[in-house]
Ligand binder design. Structure first.
Ligand SMILES: Nc1nc2c(ncn2[C@@H]2O[C@H](COP(=O)(O)OP(=O)(O)OP(=O)(O)O)[C@@H](O)[C@H]2O)c(=O)[nH]1
Length: 387
């Protein structure tokens, strides 16, 4: 891991927040195993320490434990506010350290062997908690400080010969655990920070990839799908047609006399006309219909689940709408469109479908333009529908 890279303040605070949440969850897990530590202490002390001392210590420890667990449960339950709960967590850590520190007051000074065993138990608690508080080390410093202070006072009040040795041993041990926990915690926070940085980088890459994919499928001038996207849509439609038997139709639309628009108003206005045409066209379509610029002043519309008759009606609606509304008002540009309609037949290829639509456009142009024609003769002539 490259530790020379500077950690930005926002990344660092996000990592610390995550570290705090992880610590709260680890602490809850640790607290649920705490009673097994008490059992160990009670087992060692039984018959060696007066019962009332054991009961008193257990009572204090259990009360602190139950309160801590309840507060922690509440904190984790309201997870989104975890960052606001730092002070509570420090209190829990401190009180836990206090309860374990009290062990020296109530259970030590009765038997040298027992004292050594209990001392080892306290060192065990300090080292287990070094892991629990790894991602929120400030609370650990507080806990160890209180545990040490209470234990030292407890040991001194026992008046036992070995008390000073125990004080020295516990002090050295807790100082070492604090020292190493600090370094480990720094690494853990750094690791979390890298996780966040990687996740945000991955999200940025996903967004960039989606944009590239969209750009690759979109016609830059009109914002409609381009020919490549159209090919994909048609392949899907052909697959669905083969599976479900549902037919689909395409409209091929060719703006009439577009060259003269370019000649009269210039290419830039010609571009505006293409954009306006695409917009008007989209307004006639359903959300499932796919509109693509086929090239130049030609567009293709894919009408899923649409038989020829319905496709002819939709084509006619578009033709009439375009003829009635100017595409541009300044300068005023009015245009018409010739539309060829083709429907997917069983066993037909996409190339054959396009050829049929193209042939239908040719028929419409030959019939004087501003017409809708199909690749097969319709039982009801579309001319009769035209107003
Ligand atoms: N402004 C502009 N013009 C384009 C674009 N793509 C193609 N054209 C022009 O569209 C015109 C198409 O002309 P033609 O194929 O002769 O067809 P038309 O004038 O529409 O005549 P008919 O289709 O027979 O009614 C050409 O002048 C092309 O230069 C474009 O992206 N922008």
């Amino acid at each position: 891991m490259n530790t020379t890279q500077p950690i930005s303040e926002s990344d660092l605070s996000l990592a610390r927040e995550t570290g705090f949440s992880e610590c709260a969850i680890a602490l809850r897990r640790a607290l649920t195993t705490t009673p097994s530590g008490w059992l160990l202490a009670v087992w060692f002390c039984w018959d060696r320490v007066p019962t009332h001392s054991i009961v008193l210590w257990l009572g204090i420890a259990a009360a602190i434990w139950a309160g801590s667990l309840a507060v922690l449960q509440h904190m984790i339950g309201t997870g989104s506010k975890l960052a606001r709960h730092r002070r509570q967590l420090r209190w829990i850590a401190g009180l836990d350290g206090f309860a374990w520190g009290l062990l020296t007051w109530f259970l030590m000074g009765y038997d040298p062997v027992l004292d050594a065993v209990l001392m080892a138990l306290l060192c065990g608690v300090a080292s287990i908690n070094a892991q629990v508080y790894g991602t929120y080390v400030v609370a650990y410093y507080g806990q160890i400080g209180i545990l040490l202070a209470v234990s030292v006072l407890g040991l001194l009040q026992t008046g036992s010969q070995s008390a000073l040795d125990y004080v020295a041993g516990l002090s050295v041990f807790t100082a070492l655990t604090v020292y190493y926990t600090r370094a480990i915690s720094k690494r853990l926070i750094e690791g979390i920070r890298f996780q966040h940085a990687n996740a945000s980088l991955a999200a940025q890459l996903r967004t960039a990839l989606q944009k590239v994919e969209l750009d690759a499928a979109t016609d830059a001038l009109t914002g409609q799908w381009n020919r490549r996207a159209l090919d994909d849509v048609l392949k899907q439609q052909v697959q669905q047609h083969a599976i479900s038997g549902k037919t689909f139709s395409i409209l091929m639309l060719d703006i009439d006399f577009f060259k003269s628009i370019n000649d009269e108003f210039g290419h830039l206005v010609g571009d505006d006309v293409l954009r306006a045409f695409a917009q008007q066209l989209r307004a006639f379509l359903r959300t499932d219909d796919v509109c693509a610029r086929f090239g130049g002043e030609e567009f293709v519309v894919v009408l899923p689940d649409t038989p020829l008759g319905t496709a002819m009606e939709i084509g006619e609606r578009i033709r009439r709408g375009i003829a009635q509304t100017p595409l541009l008002t300044k300068p005023k540009v009015q245009a018409t469109v010739s539309i060829g309609v083709a429907t997917m037949e069983q066993g037909q290829s996409i190339t054959e479908l396009f050829a049929a639509a193209d042939a239908a456009v040719y028929l419409a142009k030959n019939a004087g333009r501003n017409q809708v024609r199909s690749h097969v003769p319709m039982p009801v002539q579309i001319d009769a529908m035209q107003s």
